[in-house]
Design a protein around this ligand. Sequence first.
Ligand code: PMP
Length: 417
Amino acid sequence: MATLSPHLKQATPVVAERGEGVHLFDDAGGRWLDFTAGIGVTSTGHCHPKVVAAAQEQVGRLIHGQYTTIMHRPLQQLTERLGEVLPEHLDSLFFSNSGSEAAEAAVRLARQATGKPNIIAFHGGFHGRTMGAASLTTSGTKIRAGFSPLMGGVVVAPFPDADHYGWDQETTTDFALKELDRLFATVTSPDDTAAMIIEPVLGEGGYMPANTRFLQGLRERADRHGVLLILDEVQTGWGRTGAFWGKDHFGVEADIMMTAKGLASGFPLSGIAATSEIMARAWPGSQGGTYGANAVACAAALATLDVIEEEGLVANAAGRGARLREGLEAVAAETAAISDVRGLGLMQGNQFRDADGEPDGATAAAVQQEAARRGLLLLTCGPWGQVVRFIPALVVDDDAVDEALGIWREAVDAVVG
Ligand code: PMP
């Protein structure tokens, strides 16, 4: 009998048979409140009727039309529709199947477009598990261990994580920008640097938002040095943070933007958007793939966009996110083991620290498991696994938020109360 590889340790006990909205069900009568949303993928909730109908309809029409051979209607329509939600200057698109592939595509494009080799990534960033994407990733050694030699030309700069450094945000931002300038002066000169890549909110690295002054500082240096700025919106896009894009909180614009996850409500679809000037410098045939822009995934993405607009899901993420944040902060205020709550919108994390103030992954994991036993599915993140994160589908309502908060309080009390 075959089994899954032992390295695929499951974070939750669920064997899902069916999903509906923010709930998962198994065939033994179990019901779970899913605040993982498949790591933020099921943006419109499990099996939203409109997404299901669009996908079913498309399956009967055309499943696959390899897009460098045959253009198809859903892709034409999606390209047009994305023009309405993307920043106007990012008017040229390339599609792939996963966030990791989007990272690969962004880096290869940056190198081709600039003719320069090096990429600056930021500490705690996560960009995927393929070799190039893993080389940009510093959210934890488990992503890189045993893979060396990784892709060359990656330089890691500090992320302004004030909590990690134990400084205030201004001091931390000054430090991070100064270190970046020092890297440009001593390690990778602008003439050798193709791009900087950053998440507006660290995802796997611990749900830590960047800040406006830092991101504007990156933009200013990118312009001054002729270096491209890549924003990885794989986790922060599609309303997750209470704005359509994570970058909207900080008023910063990318030269290349990556998207995946929430884009097609669970169908594999990802992509990068760049200015046509940059994209025109990709060599013909150098980027592509058999499955990119699958017709069913594109139809699901179109329906996802409709649902986000019709149901006001970006505003819902902001409103329900504020309620969730308030409830989590109330629990944290009464719990010495939770040092802080961080994140934006429906991307909220609770950091656990031990009595010595050290990141405490063991307690975070114990609380996550306790919550699962009580019917609430959560995930951990952070370099030490010390952050328990809440990422419900954007359709979540007040009742589900309150139910999750109730279980959270019980689980926290049971483990550290
Ligand atoms: N970038 C970010 C910010 C992510 O959160 C992830 C996935 N967690 C990826 C890239 C990689 O996406 P995928 O797992 O689809 O390859």
